[in-house]
Design a protein around this ligand. Structure first.
Ligand code: ADP
Ligand code: MG
Length: 313
């Protein structure tokens, strides 16, 4: 069943259309990634879904509750980590005290609260930090505490806005691992905003690319990869003159595109079974030493760069 159903969702700020007639269905248990450059409309979408903003037009239904008609129920069923999420805990309270405070705010039954707090802090690897003031935690730990806060009332849907953007690579990886573990353990639906493609690729099983408030592309990660595999890209790693190799490749009529990297050219080749060897011969003939000639692994980066206008990113 779809746990998030977005229909015609639109938000204008004056003349600016931040979210433009968005249509999206997200099945329960999905780790969904909304990927797009800065200013694309990701945070506005999250604010709409978490009922902090009211749409100009259209609506969304979260676990059968309409964001316009049932905002209170929507808030009960969603956990939110807003942009700059690590500022959503009180720095002068300890990690534990923060969760007691928010547990009461979310009406978590008082007798269940200590057990839930211990479970969450342990799960997030923060139990031994429970008596540290939130303000004295590292940014990564504070972000994990903010995730605990968002999870405290056991929401079915978690809305996470750039959950790792303020974190160093190690802290970011820990948060990603936690998201995967949480999903395995509790099976909630995640709606994650990110401008970081590799991150989305690692964590999400369904992705939409958004720019200027519009969804440009949507699908499960596997489908998107398959779309890319049709592209027939090959990486030719060489020792020698990249520019020379590149201009040779460009001069061949079956080569559709050439990109240059520090030690490689990436070529898109028509009918590679017949043409790869011709290209290889021309390069060798020109004295270029080929270290590797391999099918390029499908990444979502090209797709992303294809659909998001250059200069936006
Ligand atoms: N409260 C607001 N008032 C006016 N413009 C806003 C407001 N919030 C967001 N915007 C504009 O809406 C667009 C989308 O912003 P946002 O949703 O924050 O993008 P993202 O999270 O993808 O970076 C941007 O052009 C931003 O400047
Ligand atoms: Mg944002």
């Amino acid at each position: 069943m779809d746990e998030v159903v977005i229909s015609g969702l639109t938000k204008n700020f004056g003349d600016l259309v931040a979210v433009d007639h968005m249509e999206l269905n997200i099945p329960g248990g999905t780790i969904f990634g909304l990927l797009g450059p800065n200013g694309a409309g990701k945070s506005t979408t999250t604010r709409l879904l978490s009922t902090l903003l009211r749409p100009t037009d259209g609506t969304a239904v979260v676990c059968e509750f309409d964001i316009i008609e049932d905002p209170v129920r929507v808030r009960e069923i969603t956990g939110v980590l807003p942009e700059e999420g690590n500022h959503t805990v009180y720095p002068s309270l300890t990690a534990y005290e923060n969760l007691v405070y928010f547990g009461k705010l979310y009406s978590v039954p008082e007798e269940e609260l200590p057990e839930r707090i211990e479970e969450l802090l342990t799960f997030m690897g923060l139990w031994d930090r429970k008596d540290d003031k939130a303000g004295e935690l590292s940014t990564g730990n504070r972000q994990r505490l903010a995730l605990c806060r968002a999870m405290l009332h056991r929401p079915r849907v978690l809305l996470l806005d750039e959950p790792t953007s303020a974190l160093d690579p190690i802290a970011a990886k820990r948060v990603r691992d936690l998201i995967l573990n949480l999903s395995r353990q509790y099976g909630q639906t995640f709606f994650i905003n990110s401008h970081n493609l590799p991150e989305v690729q690692r964590v999400c099983n369904r992705i939409a690319i958004i720019d200027e408030g519009k969804i440009l592309l949507e699908g499960n990660t596997q489908e998107l990869r398959e779309k890319l595999l049709a592209k027939q890209e090959f990486r030719i790693r060489i020792v020698g003159d990249i520019e020379k190799a590149s201009s040779i490749a460009k001069s061949m009529d079956f080569v559709q595109e050439v990109k240059e990297e520090v030690d490689s050219i990436i070529v898109t080749i028509e009918d590679p079974t017949t043409n790869n060897s011709a290209l290889m011969q021309s390069l060798l003939f020109a004295g270029i030493k080929i270290v590797e000639f391999a099918e390029e692994e499908a990444t979502l980066e090209d797709l992303y760069l294809d659909v998001v206008k250059e200069g936006d990113v």
